[in-house]
Design a protein around this ligand. Structure first.
Ligand SMILES: [Fe+2]
Length: 191
């Protein structure tokens, strides 16, 4: 991990003075920004503690075993449901990176565009129980899973927010709210 405290400011596709609501000429899904990443760890508890104590991330939501062990966590620094999530898996595993979209409508449009371009859809459009965000997972041609994510109930984190707890027996709806169960590839396919 390399951390920076300085970088060049490039702005976005809108002018810094008197900007329009959105830039003209956008192509494809045109997500406004990256939102979060999900990675795997063989001992999630250790990784979660590292990000909390060394990098000052906070917990927004967690999945907890009956004995109290944290199995997976959603961690934030921006006032958003998560910047990073950690679930059980191999060391250094990359599960997905997510691009935000503005609404559930934009998520369905993303699904249309991906299908028009014959992308392999992994899951969705659907909704997560954790974060309540709408979701669409797909694979890019290199085999990495990506997500468009958004339209969530717009909760924002404050420093005094306390972590929401999900119990292990509810892992199905926690991850995929509508189907209430994990799909086969979710925990087995990542890079
Ligand atoms: Fe995600």
């Amino acid at each position: 991990v390399e951390l920076y405290n300085e970088m060049d400011y490039t702005g976005n596709a809108l002018p810094a003075v008197n900007p329009a609501p959105w830039p003209e000429g956008l192509r494809g899904i045109a997500p406004p920004r990256l939102d979060h990443t999900l990675v795997t760890a063989p001992e999630p508890g250790k990784a979660i503690e590292f990000f909390q104590t060394v990098l000052e991330f906070r917990l927004s939501e967690m999945l907890q075993a009956p004995d109290g062990t944290i199995i997976a966590a959603w961690l934030w620094q921006r006032p958003a449901p998560h910047d990073l999530a950690i679930v059980p898996g191999k060391p250094g595993g990359f599960h997905h990176a997510a691009f935000v979209v503005d609404s559930a409508d934009a998520l369905f449009r993303a699904a249309d565009i991906l299908t028009m371009h014959k992308a392999r859809i992994d899951y969705g459009p659907g909704r997560h129980g954790i974060t309540r965000g709408t979701t669409l997972y797909f694979f890019d041609p290199s085999g990495n899973r990506l997500e468009t994510f958004g339209g969530y109930t717009a909760y924002q984190m404050d420093p005094d927010c306390r972590a929401i707890r999900w119990t292990q027996d509810q892992i199905g709806p926690a991850v995929f709210y509508y189907s209430q169960e994990l799909n086969e590839t979710f925990l087995s396919v990542y890079t």
